[in-house]
Design a protein around this ligand. Sequence first.
Ligand code: HEC
Length: 219
Amino acid sequence: MRMRAVLSRAALVSGLSVLVLLHTSSALSESSPTKPTRVAAADAKDALDVAHFSADGQLMKPADLTQWVFLGASLGMGYNQTTFNPASPGQFQVVLMEPNAYRYFMEHGKYAPGSMFLLSFYNADSHRSINQVGYVQADLTNFEIHLVDARKAPEEGRAFYVFGGPATQARALPKGSECVRCHAGHGAFDGTFAQFYPTIRGHIPPEALERALKDHDIR
Ligand code: HEC
């Protein structure tokens, strides 16, 4: 299960990148209604240095994840399949934000360079303890980090990292990944899916939220 989740994302990234390039140039280039909102770049002086890297440039798993701020959760989120099976709902996906980045955003309405977001995947469990119907979170299977930082990724302004469950470091996915394409095209705010996060969606520009809520077209 764990490997499947990791592999399916990773396979998307490597296997489809050619397709993605073709697709991007035709469908998502200029006048797409899902064009991302331009967000004023935060001052370089406000940059956060909360991401730590190994000598060979891999992002280290943050040591303080239990202190990160809860943004939102989804169950069985799928981008391609059209049906949701309640008997097998897929995984819970929980999104957290690094606390210094969160404070900066709440104060300035934009992301400081160096802002980090965590997406973690949990299997859904039923009939655990007193739970009769519905699902609770089982154990963590794997996680991903989105680092918004033009210092690390001058062209795309962001880097994405995929960690297997026990991994303590991960290399950034190469430029032009499926991750960047979907996030930049469909995320409501600065490449993040703020439209799905109750903690912050009231703090992004209303037009950006409106536009994102009308976007049902994943390509
Ligand atoms: C087809 C669209 C799509 C692709 C491709 C995609 N994501 Fe996302 N991502 C989402 C959506 C939708 C969310 C909202 C959270 C959820 O899934 O519950 C999200 C949320 C996230 C978040 C939480 C912070 C944020 O930016 O909103 C991280 C971290 C993340 N994705 C990492 C990745 C990585 C790493 C990859 C590539 C391996 C990737 N994503 C590929 C759609 C996508």
